[in-house]
Design a protein. Sequence first.
Length: 263
Amino acid sequence: QQELLRDFISRRERGQLLMQRLARLQENILKKVKLSVSVDGLVHFGDTVMIMNPDTKTPEAKDDERRGDLTLAVDMEEISLFSDDPPQVSRGLSAVNSVNPVGRNTFCIVSADGSGVGEPLRFGQNFLLGTTGGISDTMFYLGSDHKTFTAFAKKSRLQPVFLTGEDSYLTCWQAAFLDPQLRLEYEGFPVPANTKILITHCYTNRNLAIPRNFCVWSYFGKECEVVCHNYLDSHKVEEYKNYWEIITGNPGAEGGTMIDRPK
């Protein structure tokens, strides 16, 4: 009993108790983050934003699909809670119902072609989605690659989406206009914030998507899977699973996001 007590006191002094690690996790990965405010209503390089899949009110939505607005969020290695090493961001990615900006669901718009910070992002221009996950100072980038016999999404078995510490062509994305009949006309125009767009993976030419009927269990509970897949209807037009909005901060005194701002 004395050995256990000494071990407990020693671990408590070093901050290695599970309760202390959980408290640090709550403090870092769930810490509130202030989003960038868009003065001109556009998305700029260097902005801190949320990537949201808006809720659908269409009748073709299935009964087993998750409702509500979903935001991209990073996962973490649950086993790291029980080791002496600092908590690590895993390669996993999920979609959560929370639309409050915290460490795990905020991303930074990073330039892939040398554009300066503050310049507007344009349709058809390559960009990176970087995040620290609220844990470390290392930037992780959203990436994807063709599915293989060993690399695929766990539930839907579609093209996987992951996080990586290296920026390459696998981490390059492009924003596309929602209406396919006007998509070519909008090439080169600035991307508006808080507006439905498509986010296309440059290497595989597949759109970022959330199949709302496939859920995965993470440390934070039941969350939706994130994949790259082109969901097309009978008219070869993208469905709501491919719709995304780049959410910016509310310029009002009440703070929050543009979702909280009155219409």
